[in-house]
Design a protein around this ligand. Structure first.
Ligand code: CUA
Length: 338
């Protein structure tokens, strides 16, 4: 190989690598970490990114060099010279990527093992995923259930996941690590939030029509504020006179991800508009109360015109009777106002 060619390839490689590195470093791809585990996850990201930039630089240099130097003249219609494989090259481009992928696998395994190392005094939170909502319950707080994830700062969490229907994936970008929720098994995840604030909880596994709306908020609070919240909530729900709030049932089951209901500030467009329930019941030729209840417990019984089948989850038939009744009443009241 001529010295000029080597220099040209080297220059093109440095240029391509420089551009890729600038794109990686100058754009804010990852949020500021807010958990003790997030730094290690970021390291895996960067480890992989550096490998990708080097490979990109090598490939881009070869490609651009070939395009410039070996292009056919406009009027050259002849065949190229017959070439045969190059055994050494083939071994190299098999062995090197294998080693790199194995290295990424080893680094990831070490990071996941370190992040999952059992911490002392964990706060247990059970996370339930369903189309298209998250709910969180606190076994150490009377199994209180909430549609937002409230946790104390600097305390290790043990999240245990349950999916009621399909595979979802739990992700708080600022906390770093993702976890799939798989029906039939109960994966766990250790996270230690170390910064106060509100962070998005996102579903990162395509799980149906409402996937993009399957979001809620994680609120990291001081231990004192968290204790106060837990105590207040537990008292409210365990009091024998406490009426089950239909508004809370609506919120905790993620109805707003798919439906519009002005009273709840919900603007979902996946399913029918719940402000128009009386009109819909009329259209279905059913008494309002029966229509609303059946639509929740047996959604396929009647499909509103213009909406597809098998989109509304069938899991709501397992709602406790008191919650179902409260939800039905709430919907009827709200839609009459709306
Ligand atoms: Cu749940 Cu996407």
């Amino acid at each position: 190989m001529r010295r000029g060619s080597v220099l040209a390839l080297l220059g093109l490689g440095l240029l391509a690598g420089g551009i890729a590195a600038a794109v990686a470093v100058l754009l804010p791809w990852l949020p500021t970490p807010a958990s003790r585990e997030a730094g290690r996850i970021d390291f895996v990201f960067w480890f992989t990114t550096v490998i990708c930039i080097v490979i990109f630089a090598v490939v881009a240099a070869g490609l651009v060099y070939a395009v410039i130097n070996f292009r056919a003249a406009p009027d050259d219609d002849s065949d190229g010279p017959p070439t045969h494989g190059h055994t050494g090259l083939e071994i190299a481009w098999t062995v090197i990527p294998t080693m790199l992928v194995v290295a990424i696998g080893i680094v990831s395994a070490i990071v996941l093992a370190k992040n999952d190392a059992l911490a002392k005094d964990t706060l247990r939170v059970n996370v339930t995923a369903q189309q298209f909502a998250w709910s969180f319950s606190y076994p150490d707080g009377n199994n209180l259930t909430s549609g937002t994830l409230r946790v104390p700062v600097n305390r290790s969490l043990l999240l245990t996941f349950t999916s009621k229907d399909v595979i979802h994936s739990f992700w708080v970008p600022e906390w770093g690590q993702k976890q799939d929720t798989v029906p039939g098994i109960h994966p766990t995840l250790h996270i230690t939030p170390d910064r106060l604030g509100r962070y998005p909880v996102i579903c990162t596994e395509l799980c149906g029509l409402g996937h993009a709306t399957m979001r809620t908020t994680a609120i990291v609070m001081t231990q004192a504020a968290f204790d106060k919240w837990l105590k207040g909530q537990t008292k409210a729900t365990s009091s024998p006179n406490a009426a089950v709030s239909g508004a809370a049932v609506f919120k905790n089951n993620g109805c707003s991800a798919c439906h519009t209901l002005t009273a709840a500030g919900a603007t979902g467009k996946v399913g029918p508009d719940l402000d128009k329930l009386p009109q819909s019941a009329q259209q279905a030729n059913q008494p309002l109360q029966q229509f609303v209840e059946t639509s929740i417990t047996d959604p396929e019984a009647y499909i509103a015109p213009g909406y597809p089948k098998n989109v509304m989850p069938q899991t709501f038939k397992s709602l406790p009777k008191a919650q179902l009744d409260a939800l039905v009443q709430y919907l009827i009241q709200s839609s009459k106002k709306g």
